[in-house]
Design a protein around this ligand. Structure first.
Ligand SMILES: NC(=O)C1=CN([C@@H]2O[C@H](COP(=O)(O)OP(=O)(O)OC[C@H]3O[C@@H](n4cnc5c(N)ncnc54)[C@H](OP(=O)(O)O)[C@@H]3O)[C@@H](O)[C@H]2O)C=CC1
Ligand SMILES: Nc1nc(=O)c2c([nH]1)NC[C@@H]1CN(c3ccc(C(=O)N[C@@H](CCC(=O)O)C(=O)O)cc3)C=[N+]21
Length: 299
């Protein structure tokens, strides 16, 4: 029988840990964790994610601040807001939702966030810590951190002898995911658009992670029988069966057919997505504990 991972349930258990850590920090240190989410422009999908993040931050008991800037915001205005949030002692985590509108450069903005407030784990200091195997000193990118929770629940902490294939090499996901799997002793292949014979590479994977952004690209004959398949992709596609003009979310994995071959698989929606938001809350409470000079909880 194939196990379909319930990402919402796993995320809920992470959120429970965050909530209780938030209460402890407030009663014992008088500190309320604070998260600032910045969004520029009107992209509806980005607004949906951002409101979900802000809502969850409130539910965790955080001070939750959302900054919605018009799409014509200048680089200088955005940089000034980040500088203000860096200096604000009530804010422990800063997230700038990506992608930014085309006229803005995201890299200088991300690198201007204080590493200790970079709850997205995108600052070079945090990315560098993950790359050098210092997993407890910095902040780990939320989506790979969430995907690793599923990996640990399936295989434990030590992936010795297991082959892992990550499709995608973005700084937000693919690179840190590969680094985390490597740190856990897996033998890791990072595949991308220039990879030769991707299906054959994937068939070698005991752990297959897809983060491409192409609807249902991974087919059943790419999956090694018994593999753990983690689907990170979020693709909105037409769903005429639900009515005219309707859409639905699908991942990068052709779920039904791959579920017949895999032993454990994550669905979309309800898999990695809810974990991303939960790990953002986890990173925020970790940042707040460190700022207060306390040992943060483990996730
Ligand atoms: N569930 C969640 O919480 C999150 C979901 N996502 C989703 O994950 C997906 C990936 O996100 P992200 O990493 O930011 O995306 P990027 O677009 O930055 O990266 C996509 C990667 O896929 C590779 N790729 C593209 N086409 C192919 C192909 N035909 N064969 C093999 N590899 C290919 C690219 O290769 P190359 O480098 O050569 O161009 C690139 O490395 C998206 O659907 C995104 O929405 C992302 C973050 C969080
Ligand atoms: N700076 C930055 N950090 C990010 O982490 C970041 C980002 N920018 N830009 C966009 C991507 C995408 N992303 C998702 C988060 C949650 C869901 C999520 O909760 N998905 C639900 C479904 C939501 C729905 O129904 O629309 C699910 O998969 O079950 C999806 C995608 C974070 N990203």
């Amino acid at each position: 029988m194939t196990t379909v991972i319930d990402g919402k349930a796993v995320a809920a258990s992470v959120i429970e840990t965050v909530k209780s850590a938030t209460r402890t920090l407030e009663t014992e240190a008088g500190v309320r964790a604070g998260l600032a989410v910045v969004i520029v422009g009107e992209d509806p999908a980005s607004h949906a994610y951002v409101s979900a993040k802000s809502r969850m931050a409130k539910e965790c008991g955080f001070l939750s601040v959302q900054h919605t800037l018009p799409k014509e915001t200048s680089q200088e205005e955005l940089a000034a807001l980040v500088a203000e949030l860096n200096a604000d002692p009530s804010i422990h985590g800063i997230l700038v939702q990506l992608p930014l509108p085309k006229h803005l450069q995201s890299e200088p903005i991300i690198q201007s966030i204080l590493p200790e407030k970079d709850v997205d784990g995108l600052h070079v200091v945090n990315a560098g810590k993950v790359a050098t195997g210092d997993l407890d000193g910095g902040l780990v990118s939320c989506t790979p951190a969430g995907a690793m929770v599923f990996v640990r629940r399936t295989h434990g902490d030590d992936l010795s002898g297991l082959n892992a294939v990550v499709i995608g090499r973005s700084n937000l996901f693919g690179k840190p995911m590969s680094a985390l799997l490597l740190a856990a002793n897996a033998t890791v292949t990072t595949a991308h658009s220039r990879t030769k014979d991707l299906p054959a590479v994937c068939r070698n994977a005991d752990i297959l992670v897809a983060a491409v952004g192409r609807a249902e690209m991974v087919k059943a004959d790419w999956v090694k029988p018994g593999a753990l398949v983690i689907d990170v992709g979020i693709n909105r596609v037409p769903a005429p069966e639900r009515g005219e003009g309707k859409t639905k979310l699908v991942g990068d994995v052709a779920f039904e057919e791959c579920a017949r071959v895999a032993s454990v698989i994550t669905p979309v929606p309800g898999g990695v997505g809810p974990m991303t938001i939960a790990m953002l809350m986890a990173n925020t409470i970790i940042a707040a504990y460190r700022k207060a000079g306390r040992k943060p909880p483990k996730f």
